[in-house]
Each structure stands twice: as structure tokens, then as C-alpha cells.
Ligand binder design. Sequence first.
Ligand code: SAM
Length: 295
Amino acid sequence: MNPISDRDQSQPLAPGLYLVATPIGNLEDITLRALRILQSVDRIACEDTRQTQKLLNHFDIHTPTVSYHMHNEGSRAEELAAELKQGARIAVVSDAGTPGIADPGGQLAAAAIAAGVAVFPIPGANAAISALIASGLPADLFTFHGFLPAKAGQRKTALEEIPRTGATHIFYEAPHRILDTLADIETVFGPTQPIVIARELTKLHEEFLRGPVNELRTQLSARPSIRGEIVLLLAPKPADEAAPQQSQSIAAQVATLIKNEALTEKEALKRVAKDRGIGKSEAYRELQREQNRLR
Ligand code: SAM
């Protein structure tokens, strides 16, 4: 291990910015180091001071807090960076998990670095990584996308733009949008696309659902309500699936999708383009070339 200043507990905490991970549901998921940092800093910049106060009360920590959220991130970052330059020790926490990951924190880290201030990561809970490691999907190569767009059209476009590499794809999703998102995944990636839904991680009602997207959509639709926090994961496309499709003509592949999955020609062409890792217009041009050769 490479010792850094705050690891020597007999010394006062070094000046700088501390990005402190907090639990995503289970209060035991906070590290001893995180507690010591939260106790020792001059103040704690919180996404929501009331939310963080509950955590601080639980651990009997009395450090002053200041609000720091996406609506004041720019102005507060400047103000806190100025304090840090004067030698302050400031912790940043989000409502849950790791600051900067689909949460405020990143801009302050950048402002501190630009001001020549030391930035220390204090690692801990994170929903995406927790979901990935227990998903059963490959974790050697993955892409984290954060939240998909809330608007239906933009969400579908975002899914269509995801490259079909060998990576597992990870998304955060709201419970009231999950069924619509699963419907879009079914259209874009096909009904048998394997997915994992990780819900309420580290909490009492933690749940993992694993299977083809069409089956999980049916299963969730049958519930009276869908609640809780969700991480959604898409399995990578197996390497051996790509080859036979690419030996087919685009026209044949499009025709198969229209027949078997009741897609429109446009949707089928988009899927073929995605499967081949090419753009939609390139797939269309190739389709036209194939049709011209047959004339
Ligand atoms: N910074 C946090 C982290 O490190 O995971 C993420 C914050 S983001 C604003 C909140 C989203 O993370 C939720 O909408 C949900 O998608 C996911 N999430 C957070 N806690 C979760 C949990 N306990 N179980 C499942 N997903 C969770």
C-alpha cells in the first residue's frame, strides 16, 4: 500500500477535497475511513443536507453541512474551491452512493484540481458496481450509461446508438419508466436480449431478475406496482451470434426480422445496422446495392 496523508490517523487531516461514498440503502455499508473523514473535515457539502443529516445523526457526527446540488453546482463549486485554496478540508457526499456517479461532485473535483487542491477519493458503495458483480454477466468489460433520457423518442435513439461491442451495459432507471424502457430494449435489441434487473440493492427487499427482456417485461407488468431503485443491465452479444448473421445479406436479415419479430422495415434495418456495428445509412446503402445487384 502506498501511504497518503490521511491514513496516518495520528496526524490532522490534510487540507483538500474528500469525495466520500455513503451507503445506498444499508447503513452498515460505510467505511471506517469515511466516518473518520466526515468527523474530521471542516464541513460537508451535501446533495441534500436533510438526507445527509440522518446519516450524520446515526453515526453521531456533528460536522457542519452546506448544500451542494445540481442546481447550484457551478456557483458552489467556485465558492468551495476558494475555501479549499485557503487550506480548508471539505467532504462531498451525495444522497447515496459514490459522489460524481450520476450525482453531483464531479464539477467540484474538477474545480479543486484546477485550483491546485488535493482531491481524495474515499471509496465505498455504488449501485452500478454492486449490481454488476452479482448480475452474473461478464464484468471484465462494461459500459456505464447513467440514466437513459426520460423522453420516449430520445431514449430509443440512445439505445439505438449503443454499439454492440462485447461489453455489459449498465443503466440507472426509475421504477415508473422501467416498463417503457424494457419495451424499447425489446424493439431495439430483440425480445430474447438477456437482461438483469437489480432492485433495492442492499435493502430489505433486494431483488435480482435475470432473463430475456420479453419475459421480465411480462413478469413486471403483472405486478400491481413497481417500486424501489433499479439498476438495469444488458448482456453483451455473444461473439458467435454475430458471425452467421453477417454471412447473410442485409436484405435477408431484414426480411427475417420483419417476418419473425413483426418489425417495420425501418426498425429491422436499424437492428441489422446495430448487429453489424455500422451506421443506419451505411446499412441502407448496402441494402440498395444488394437490391441493384439482383435487378
Ligand atoms: N451515486 C449513486 C451511486 O453511486 O450508485 C447513484 C445516484 S443516482 C442519482 C440514483 C440511482 O442509482 C437510482 O435511481 C437507481 O437507479 C440507482 N440506485 C441507487 N441506489 C440503489 C439501490 N439501492 N438499488 C438499486 N439501484 C440503486
